[in-house]
Design a protein. Sequence first.
Length: 137
Amino acid sequence: MIDDLFNPRAALKPVREFNELLVKALPAGRCECDRCRVNSYNQAPYKLKHSVAIDGVEHRRVFSISSKESIDQAITAAWESFYKADRPVSHVVDVDALLGFTDPEKGGLLLELLTLANYMPKSSPPGLYDTAPGGDQ
């Protein structure tokens, strides 16, 4: 995870915007949409989760900015800015590389957002996520 004192690239606009996106896409608090209230906050019938618990804190998903395409664009911009290189053309994302430009306190948000945006965790090798089309958004 980034340490601003040792890596000035962490202050670049695309990296800052990526870290801001994590908080904006999953703000604290449960979803209060009509569907959730009517269903007594039971998400079982939903295909896509509206709320998730991260480190014991409830977060709601802002669907308009947490689609797979939005996350892909933000990851690519931050990657290219932070690493000064093109993002590898692959359907696999190395989580450790993403954590390299993620603020330390936002690591849990990153992992949950990858899952919500239909990135599929790969069991072998661990720490990689598959970005291939894996579901409807």
